[in-house]
Structures are given as structure tokens and as C-alpha cells.
Design a protein around this ligand. Structure first.
Ligand code: COA
Length: 171
């Protein structure tokens, strides 16, 4: 039975190795996702309640992190990275991590989650091209890969603008 929980300092090394291993065989990777994750953990941009691990039989098999970004001055959330150990992929673990992350993000009052990733994967959670919401990337990217999910449907909360990433992302 999969258990999703908040990570803690003792998990840091396991998470580092897990992300490194997961992205080694990934189609889209710059090979630095584990370094980004470590920098986010050591910095102040990671949303602590949104740094989650998935455990199976007391072993950490997946993780997801959401960090603070800003859109037009509003603090919102960005998902990165998401990783599941290769031998545990295709069992719903990535989806469970993302779903739990969205639930908590919503409870925390975030309106949007932003992700740079594969539309085939992230569309299943409701992500669409961020441009649909007039949210733009601060770098050049094919529209379909830069996505946003509106966490609550209240139109009065619509926020538009260019995403400002924290320094850990090196953008
Ligand atoms: C992407 C990843 C987190 C998915 O985790 P997972 O636990 O295997 O995902 P789930 O079991 O919840 O979902 C499986 C579904 O996702 C699809 N999927 C898995 N990896 C995918 C990928 N890289 N791109 C597109 N679809 C993917 C599968 O085809 C499957 O689709 P189906 O439900 O239609 O059969 C995992 O494959 C991983 O760690 N990959 C390497 C790192 C990576 O690419 N992270 C995402 C960065 S954008």
C-alpha cells in the first residue's frame, strides 16, 4: 500500500539518489534535476508542505516537490521535479504524488500550479498550455510544454503574467 507523506531531513540523500536514477532513463532531462531538487531543499523557495515522498514497504520510491513562484506579484506553485524509481513506474505512484500535491496546494490557497513537462503526462491532471490563462514563461519554450493547472475554478482569482522563478532554477 502506497503511503504519501511529507519528507524530512533524513530523506535528503535517498531523494537525491532517487531523482538522479529516475531521470537517467527519462526522455526529457538535462541531467541536473537531482541538483535542482537539492538546491530547492536547501533554499527558501520549496513549499515545505509540498515536498512529498511516496513510500512502499517503508522504502521511498517516488517524490514530488512544489516551489514558490510569482505571477504578477502573486505567489503561486510550480511542480518540479517529479520522479518515481524506474522499477516502480506505471503503478500510479506518480499520479498519487501529483494528486496529493494538488490537494495540499489548494488547501494552502494557491490558485495555479505551473509545470514544464510532457503534455501527454500532465494533461491527465487537468494541466493545459499556460497561455490559455495568459500565463507566460520567462524563457523561450514550445507553448505545449509550459503548462498550468487552475486549482480552483473561481474566475475572480484569475492571474495573468510572466512567471518569475526563484533563483534556484537558474532562469
Ligand atoms: C513521469 C513519472 C514520474 C511517472 O510516474 P509513474 O508512477 O510511472 O506514473 P503513473 O503510474 O501515475 O502514470 C503512468 C502513466 O503515465 C505515462 N507516463 C509515464 N511516464 C511518462 C512520461 N515520461 N511521459 C509521458 N507519459 C508518461 C504512462 O504511459 C502511463 O500512462 P497510462 O496511464 O495512460 O497507461 C515517472 O515515469 C518518472 O519518474 N520518469 C522519469 C522522470 C520524469 O520524466 N519526470 C517527469 C518530468 S516532466
Amino acid at each position: 500500500m502506497i503511503k504519501i507523506r511529507n519528507d524530512n531531513i533524513e530523506d535528503a540523500e535517498k531523494i537525491y539518489q532517487l531523482i538522479k536514477q529516475a531521470f537517467e532513463s527519462a526522455e526529457h532531462s538535462d541531467g541536473n534535476e537531482h541538483i535542482l531538487a537539492a538546491e530547492l531543499r536547501n533554499g527558501s523557495s520549496l513549499i515545505p508542505q509540498l515536498s512529498l515522498v511516496a513510500e512502499l514497504n517503508n522504502q521511498i520510491v517516488g517524490c514530488v516537490m512544489f516551489s514558490k513562484i510569482h505571477i504578477n506579484g502573486y505567489e503561486e506553485a510550480a511542480l518540479a521535479p517529479l520522479a518515481v524509481l524506474p522499477e516502480y513506474q506505471f503503478q500510479g505512484i506518480g499520479s498519487a504524488l501529483v494528486a496529493q500535491g494538488h490537494k495540499i496546494a489548494k488547501q494552502l490557497g494557491y490558485h495555479y500550479s505551473i509545470v514544464l513537462g510532457d503534455p501527454q503526462y500532465y494533461s491527465r491532471f487537468g494541466y493545459v498550455s499556460a497561455s490559455v490563462y495568459n500565463i507566460k514563461a520567462p524563457f523561450k519554450v514550445d507553448d505545449k510544454y509550459f503548462m498550468a493547472l487552475k486549482l480552483n475554478e473561481d474566475k475572480s482569482n484569475n492571474i495573468e503574467g510572466i512567471v518569475a522563478y526563484p533563483k534556484e532554477f537558474g532562469i
